[in-house]
Design a protein around this ligand. Sequence first.
Ligand code: AHR
Length: 331
Amino acid sequence: MTRTTITRRSLGALLAAGLLASGLTACGNSDTGDSASGDGKIVLGFSQVGAESGWRTANTTSIKEAAAEAGIELKFDDAQQKQENQIKAIRNYIQQKVDVIAFSPVVESGWDTVLKEAKDAKIPVILTDRAVDSADKSLYKTFIGSDFVKEGRLAGEWLVKEKQAATGPVNIVELQGTTGSAPANDRKKGFAEAIGANPNLKVVASQSGDFTRAGGKQVMEQFLKANPKIDVLFAHNDDMGLGALEAITAAGKVPGKDITIITIDAVKDGMQALADGKFNFIAECSPLLGPQLMELVKKVKAGEEVPARVETEETTFTQEQAKAALPTRKY
Ligand code: AHR
């Protein structure tokens, strides 16, 4: 399997291109029209997970701007975090005979039937952001996105170092992402593997907050009621961590001090919380997948070979690093 990474420099150039395109109108809706573009443009049908987080909003913007910049006609559908809506959107795109279908699967399982329908209709499929667990890899051309296991591992490794002097139990609560989604499964796995290095570190409660602020707040309230001693919160994204801040403050505790908070994403609001000392560490997950996705769309449409896996390059942030990065943070 070939593996490609986005370098900082190329990402900067791609971003600049995306910004130049921001004055252009973006795209249409999924269910308009019943055939591919009549003006020779490539038609891309894209099924987005939803609008559950700051990350997702930035991802949608990146895709719309990059499509406009690349001269690709985009049919866009927001599945509102429901798999059945994504399957319906993909079937619509097949009926409309789009050139390429791309989607970010809300959960990992249950895609084989609809992917087979796309394959039978000879419409290439690209997975973006999240993977599927299909055994048949011929059902899609490539997968572009982050290594979620690595993100969880980086979060856990930072905590192991941070708590290396601990002599007694360190109680961790975990806010998981959407149940059954690749980032929730993989981040949980990577984090658990890493904290295994220190037997004092124990996950005492772990529940889904569905990647939303409201979910993060609500589940954190329950955690705080049920667990008298919480030392660490690991939230699978910034938004749940931001929701949890409200619950922690309402419980009379100081976020970032009484409870160490680690999140994933590094969107602006999360970075602000980190710079303000309310979060302690963030593992980055880049939403800026649009420009690379459009390159892949052009290639698969042209019948060119593409790498089976395109992995996004990412970093991590401490409080000091967040302060330095915030002024130029684009999303
Ligand atoms: O799949 C990427 C994840 O989905 C992001 O971490 C999260 O914020 C989003 O909702």
